[in-house]
Design a protein around this ligand. Sequence first.
Ligand code: TMP
Length: 253
Amino acid sequence: MARRNKLYEGKAKILYEGPEPGTLVQYFKDDATAFNAEKKDVIDGKGVLNNRLSEYFMSGLNNIGVPTHFIKRLNMREQLIRQVEIIPLEVVVRNVAAGSMSKRLGIEEGTPLPRPIIEFYYKDDKLGDPLVTEEHIVAFGWANQQDLDDMVALAVRVNDFLSGVMLAVGIRLIDFKIEIGRAWEGDFQRLIVADEISPDSCRLWDIESGQKLDKDVFRRDLGSLADAYTEVARRLGVLPSNVTHATKPHLIN
Ligand code: TMP
């Protein structure tokens, strides 16, 4: 079998050429980074969990008519996706103050926001992904006004969907980040959700205890990241089959 062509390697994922034009294979690594890769570790099984969780969220979005790049999962660590041209922005939606917003504006973490707040960060590791405004985005040509309207509409739908899915399993969606890409359909393009949606890119707090079930566990040294992600996957019923041996065997009557 011919070796696949690697197109891009990021901090947590690798993109390979797909089997057909317009497709890619997205591979989820076990690497965890924070603070622009100043802090690094390898978390056994993280890639497997994020592959499953991103599949779960993206296919759910596809099913309610929110277009995403997800086509199908191929194996434990890989999924087939549509090739898109990534817009160089991280789109963050916040329901509750936390993280950089709490720091920047001096709002205590956990304070509910009066309405969901959408922010854009310019994707540039050298600059540390700075917060930018719609003025910057349009002036520098990263996206036009129509794209911005479409991005906000997508972000709001993803927020409503994810908030509901999480609430149903006792988890509060504090905030999340998505990336959006241009998918070409003939001469037309539309914007679709790309990259990944996983506990790497969300803040997820247990509704009862407030326990953190997301990458802040790694960023802030709060315990086992694999356990936190496994708990999210378990609650959503998407534990990969090779991890189920961790639960005790039980008799079937
Ligand atoms: P922040 O509070 O650090 O700005 O993060 C907001 C949300 O975006 C949070 O859910 C974590 C996510 N995020 C990423 O997915 N990638 C990043 O590089 C950063 C900084 C945040």
